[in-house]
Structure formats: structure tokens, C-alpha cells
Ligand binder design. Sequence first.
Ligand SMILES: C[S@@+](CC[C@H](N)C(=O)[O-])C[C@H]1O[C@@H](n2cnc3c(N)ncnc32)[C@H](O)[C@@H]1O
Length: 384
Amino acid sequence: MEKIKFIDLFAGIGGFRIAFEQTGYKCVYSCEIDPKCQEVYFNNFLDKPAGDIREIDINSIPDFDVLTAGFPCQPFSICGKRKGFQDTRGTLFFRICEIIAAKKPPVILLENVKHLMHQDKGRTLKVILYSLEDLGYNVNYSLLNSKDFGVPQNRERIIIVATKNKQFNFNKLKKNKCVAKLKNFLFNSENFEYLEPDSYTLIDKPKQQQSGLIFVGYRNNKSIWKKGVRPNTHHLSRVHHQPNRIYSVEGIHPTIPSQETSGRFFIYLSQEKAVRKLTIKECYRIMGFPENFKRHENLGECYKQVGNSVCIPMVSEIAHQLKEQIFIGSQGEENGNDFIAENKEKTDIMDTRERAHVGAPLLSNRERSNTPTQKRDRTSVLSN
Ligand SMILES: C[S@@+](CC[C@H](N)C(=O)[O-])C[C@H]1O[C@@H](n2cnc3c(N)ncnc32)[C@H](O)[C@@H]1O
């Protein structure tokens, strides 16, 4: 049976690849500049990505159905007249556009940090959306959070989907009604790094924030200025920078960032009444990586790589919906894609539980709810 083909640009350690392969797609090309990421990618997929995207020969990319890219975003210095994607010349996004223009894939899936929405007062996002439209696509985007897809991490990412003809509907993504708790994703025995009780302060009556985080305290640090911080407002105080904050395992974990290469993620175990570091294996677990994923040998590199990656169950659900809505659904014939009709019955859509498998206990109740899509409003973007 022929699988739907995708390419993995800015591949990192292959987060998109795992998610799409789990959902039954086939990777036909990948590209990643960093040799350490390439090494991890090869160890896991036995496939070495091409290097710098600016230097690859576009003609050497085989035909594909979906382009995936979590690209580093640079601001565009647009100087006036709208010239389509030519406005993005000199940036990595311009290169993505060149590949799209040459290969005309049915689907484009882009992922980026939430800040993209605000970068350059919203102009960066505006240029991206218009460029894709000018290339002949229907474009839609949404801000998605990993915590809605079965992992206990507050990680917001903007997802842009560009399609020919039929527009992708984010409202159909299946989200968990109940947010998973961090405690259900932890290992029981490991060489844990505990903090000495006198090296941290727990606050009175910690409350669960709307995000699902439960800030319980902070590491004592001489540079922390505690004077004037009112009781029960510690979690709001800027004096407690992220590496000093301690969160309860009864809630979720904050975003695993790529910059925190010494892994200063501290968690409070309510049953043991102790604070320890989240282990690297646990970091990969709350991103949805499979247990058998081969990490880089250098710990700092592992933290950087996982922080740069994507939440696998979230991307898996998007990949699943792309199949349902664009490649298999009745829209298929509309799209004129021969693949669709031929493979409608044959396609092996994995069970939702499998797709969301992260090697940790899954929620027993994966009831789903829809949340509103952030459909683009051209006027509001323009007014920025
Ligand atoms: C945000 S990360 C994407 C990570 C990926 N989605 C994953 O799951 O691991 C962006 C990646 O783009 C790569 N990159 C940056 N410039 C590049 C270029 N010119 N050509 C190819 N890859 C590049 C970086 O090395 C980095 O790994």
C-alpha cells in the first residue's frame, strides 16, 4: 500500500518524523544543518539529513504530499509594496517558499513558537500567511498547547496549515478533556538529584494556575530579592526566574525550553515531600518521545535538542486530521489527488491511543473537546 509522503525540513532530532511515521506517513527527504542533530537523527532513523537548506538542490527533493517545517524565524524587512514571497528574500522562510513553488505539495505544515504572533508587531506572521496565499494555498493557523494532547506540559506553539482547495479545520483536532498530571509520567527509580530541604522555600497554600501549573516554591538563591513580595503572589513575582521555580507534580510542567542546557527543572513530590530535578528521560517523555528513542551522548545537547523539538502526540493528531480531512475525506476528489480515492480503504489509521502513545500511562478517559480555531482575520493582522 502506498503511503502519503512527507518531507522533514529543519528536522532537528526528528519530532515531526516520529509523529508522521506513527500515523502511517512515509518520510522521503529530510534536511538539518546541525551535525549533532544529524547524528541523533541518523541513530534513530538510519537516514542522514541533507545539510544547509540554503545550499540544497531543490531538484534533488523527491515528490511529496506534505512539507513539514519547524523553522527558526527571522523578521522580514519588508519595505513597502507587497511582492509575495519575494518579500522574504534572504530568510529561511524564503527558502521554504522556493521549495513550495517548485514542488507544489498539497499540504504545508509549519510550526513555531507563540512569539511568532507578536514578532515585529505581527508583521512576520502576516508576511508568512500572505506568502503562502500568494503561492496558491488556503491558509489557517491556530495556537495549540501540548497539555491538550495527553502530555503534562504547558507548551504553546503556533501551527500553520496551508492546503490546496479545502481549508484545514483545527476544530476537528481531538483534544483531551482532562489534562494529564506530571506525577503519572515520572520514573519510580533512577539516580534522582534531590535538593537539600534548606536550599528551597515552599510557599503557603499553593494554587493551581489556570494553565494547570502549580507553583509551590523556589530555590533559595542569594540573588533573589524577596522583600516586598506579598504572600501567595510568589508565582507572579519576576524575582523567581524559571530555573529557580519549583512546580508540583500534581499539576503540569512548564515549557521545556532549548536554552536550559543544565536541566534546571525542579519538581515537588507531594507524597515524599521532597524536591528533585526532572530527569532527562522524563523531559523526553513529556514531549511524547518513545522510550526507545536514542538520545545524544552529551546531556547538555539532549536538553537543547528536546527543547527545540515538537510535542509528538500533538503533531500526531494533526497528521491524523490531515489524513482525515485532506487526503481521505470526501474532499479528496475535490483536491484531485489520485492517491486519495485509491487508498481510502487501505490506509491504516492508527488508533488514537497508539498515536498518543508516549510510553507512559495514558489517560483512561480520553474524552475530547473542541476549542475555537484562531482563524486569521486579515484586517486585524493588517492593522498591526
Ligand atoms: C526549532 S528546531 C526544529 C526541531 C525539530 N522540529 C525537531 O523535532 O527536533 C529548528 C532546526 O532548524 C535547524 N536549522 C537552522 N538553520 C538551518 C539551515 N540553514 N538549514 C537546515 N536546518 C537548519 C536547526 O539546527 C534546528 O535543529
